[in-house]
Design a protein around this ligand. Structure first.
Ligand code: SF4
Ligand code: SF4
Length: 129
C-alpha cells in the first residue's frame, strides 16, 4: 500500500492567500500574515492618475507570511489544500508525520512543514541541468 504521507510547504511559492485555510474541511491549517508596501517598479507609470503618488508611481502591497501551521491530529489527508492552492505551494512529501508523545508535537510549523523543500529544489535543478 502506498501513502501520500505528510504535506510539505514550499514557502517561497506561498502568497498567504488563505485559500487552503478556507477550503480545509477540518480547519487544521492556521496561517498568520501581514501586508507590506513594495516600492514601485516603474516610478513613471501612472503618474497623475488617482491613487498614484506624485513622486513614486503606484504603490503596491504584498503579503508576508508570519506563521503557517498544520495540526496533524485533525488532518484527514484528503489533499484538498494541495489541489486548491493556486500557486503549487503545497505537495505530498511522501513521508510520515514523525511520532510524538504530545498533542502539541502534532502541530507542525512552517519550518517543519518546509523540510525537504530545499533538497527538492536542488534535485529539480540538477534534473534540469
Ligand atoms: S489534507 Fe485535507 S484535512 Fe489535511 S490540511 Fe489539507 S485540506 Fe486539511
Ligand atoms: S493556498 Fe497556497 S498560496 Fe495560498 S496560503 Fe495556502 S499554501 Fe499559501
Amino acid at each position: 500500500m502506498t501513502t501520500h504521507g505528510r504535506i510539505r510547504l514550499i514557502e517561497d511559492r506561498c502568497t498567504s492567500c488563505m485559500i487552503c485555510v478556507r477550503e480545509c474541511p477540518t480547519w487544521c491549517i492556521h496561517i498568520e500574515a501581514h501586508s507590506e508596501e513594495l516600492p514601485p517598479t516603474t516610478p513613471e507609470a501612472g503618474l497623475g492618475r488617482p491613487g498614484v503618488h506624485p513622486s513614486r508611481g503606484r504603490e503596491r502591497r504584498h503579503n508576508v507570511l508570519d506563521s503557517f501551521d498544520i495540526d496533524w491530529s485533525l488532518c484527514m489527508y484528503c489533499g484538498i489544500c494541495i489541489e486548491e492552492c493556486p500557486f503549487d505551494a503545497l505537495e505530498w512529501a511522501g513521508e510520515h508525520v514523525a511520532g510524538t508523545d504530545s498533542r502539541a508535537g502534532l502541530v507542525h510549523d512552517r519550518h517543519t512543514l518546509g523540510e525537504g523543500a530545499a533538497e527538492r529544489g536542488q534535485r529539480g535543478q540538477r534534473e534540469i541541468e
